[in-house]
Design a protein around this ligand. Structure first.
Ligand code: FAD
Length: 343
C-alpha cells in the first residue's frame, strides 16, 4: 500500500518530534518513521533518567520527561507514527519522493525531513564468524513469538535489563535456560537480578558469570550448541536450540548515507536559511546535519525545525507568502492547536 503525505519525517528523536509541531503550526500534517519501537531517540534510549539543564525555560527535566512533554505538545497535530521500521530507500519520483521502509511500507511524500540523529539504532551483534547465517532463525537480537521457545534449550548473553527481563520471561517454559554474562556486575534492575538468582537457586535456570561465547555448532540455520569460556579458562559446551544476545544498541548512519545527498563528516550538508539538503524538498534537522558553527544540541535542532517548516510551507504552496504568526495572537494557529476560544 502506498501512503501519500505532505511531509515525511525520518527519525522520532526530539528534533523529529518538534518538526511535527512546527509543521503543524503551519497547517502541514506529517508522518513520522523511526527504526526504534518507541519515540525519543537518544533522550529515551541513551539517557531517559538523566537530567537535562539546557532546554530553554525548562530548568531541569529528564530525557524521558522531555520526550513526554514533546508528545503532549504535538498531540493536537495527530501525526501518523510508524515505529519499529527503518527508512531504507529515498528516491525522487516526479515532484515527490518515494520513501520505503524495512517493513515494506511505501510513502509518496511531497517533502522529507531527515531527523536521523546519529543514525538508526541497531543491536550490537555477537561477533562469531558465521553466526550471521543463523540470524532470525536461531540467533536472536530481539524476541518475537514467545511460543517458539518453549521446551527448547536457550542461551541468553548479556547483563542488562533486556537480558534479565527475557531470561525471567523465557525460563518457565524453556527446557533449559542459561544466562551468560561477562562479569558478575549486572546493569539490570536489582529486583530482576534477585528474581533470576532465585530461579537459579531453585534449579530452574543456570547462570555463568565472567563468560563469553567463543564458538557455536549448527546444522543449517539451526543452532545446536554454544561454547562458553570463562575468564579463568573453564569451558562449557551448552546445548542450545536458540541463542539471544542483548549487548545494547549502537547507532549506525545506515541508509541515510546512500541517498545521494551531499555530506560532510558523516552529516548532511544544509543551507542554514532553510535547512534544506542538496536536494530541494529534502530537509535535515538535528544531529544529522552539519554547517559552519553547528552545535549538536537539542535547542539547535528545535530552531532548525522551525526554519525548515517555513521553507517547506513555501515549497508546498508556491507563490503564497508565508507570514510569521505568533501562537499568542494568531486565531488560525490557535485553531490548529485546538485552543481557539469556542473551538
Ligand atoms: P536522535 O535523538 O539521535 O534521534 C534520531 C532518531 O532517528 C533515532 O530514534 C533513530 O532510530 C532514528 N533514525 C535514524 N535513521 C533512521 C532511518 N533510516 N529510519 C528510521 N529511523 C531512523 N543535548 C542537549 O541539548 N542537552 C543535554 O544535556 C544533552 N545531554 C546528552 C547526554 C547524553 C548521554 C547524550 C548521548 C546526548 C546528549 N545530548 C544533549 C544530545 C542530544 O541528545 C542530541 O542532540 C539529540 O538527541 C539529537 O536529536 P535528534 O532528534 O536530532 O536525533
Amino acid at each position: 500500500m502506498t501512503r501519500e503525505t505532505d511531509a515525511l519525517i525520518i527519525g522520532a528523536g526530539p528534533c523529529g518530534l518538534f518538526q511535527v509541531f512546527e509543521l503543524g503550526l503551519l497547517g502541514i500534517s506529517a508522518d513520522i518513521v523511526d527504526s526504534l519501537p518507541a519515540v525519543g531517540g537518544q533522550c529515551t534510549w541513551l539517557y531517559p533518567d538523566k537530567p537535562i539543564y539546557d532546554i530553554p525555560a525548562v530548568p531541569v527535566c529528564t530525557g524521558q520527561e522531555l520526550i513526554d512533554a514533546l508528545l503532549k505538545q504535538i498531540a493536537p497535530f495527530k501525526a501518523q507514527m510508524h515505529l519499529g521500521e527503518e527508512v531504507v530507500g529515498l528516491v525522487a519520483e516526479g515532484e515527490r519522493f518515494r520513501v520505503t521502509t524495512s517493513a515494506g511500507k511505501v510513502f509518496l511524500a511531497r517533502t522529507v525531513f531527515i531527523a536521523g540523529g546519529v543514525g538508526s539504532f541497531q543491536p550490537r551483534k555477537l561477533k562469531l564468524p558465521g553466526i550471521e547465517a543463523l540470524e532470525e532463525h536461531s540467533m536472536h537480537y530481539r524476541v518475537r513469538e514467545l511460543a517458539r521457545f518453549s521446551g527448547r534449550d536457550l542461551v541468553i548473553l548479556g547483563g542488562g535489563d533486556s537480558a534479565l527481563d527475557w531470561a525471567l520471561a523465557l525460563a518457565p517454559q524453556a527446557k533449559s535456560l542459561t544466562l551468560v554474562h561477562r562479569s558478575d556486575q549486572f546493569r539490570a534492575a536489582p529486583a530482576s537480578v534477585s528474581a533470576f538468582r532465585a530461579l537459579v537457586a531453585e534449579g530452574k535456570a543456570r547462570l555463568i558469570e565472567f563468560g563469553n561465547a567463543t564458538a557455536f555448532s549448527a546444522e543449517g540455520q539451526s543452532l545446536r550448541g554454544m561454547t562458553i569460556r570463562q575468564d579463568d579458562g573453564a569451558e562449557h559446551v551448552l546445548n542450545a536450540d536458540h541463542a539471544f544476545a542483548f549487548f545494547g544498541m549502537s547507532p549506525k548512519l545506515g541508509p541515510i548515507g546512500e541517498w545521494g545527498l551531499a555530506m560532510e563528516r558523516k552529516a548532511l550538508k544544509v543551507d542554514t536559511a532553510t535547512f534544506q539538503t542538496s536536494t530541494p524538498g529534502i530537509f535535515a534537522v538535528g544531529d544529522i546535519n552539519d554547517y559552519p558553527g553547528k552545535k549538536k544540541l537539542i535547542l539547535s535542532g528545535f530552531h532548525e525545525a522551525a526554519l525548515a517548516a517555513f521553507a517547506a510551507k513555501a515549497l508546498l504552496e508556491p507563490g503564497k507568502k508565508v507570514h510569521l504568526q505568533y501562537t499568542t495572537t494568531s486565531p488560525l494557529m490557535q485553531q490548529r492547536l485546538g485552543v481557539a476560544e469556542g473551538g
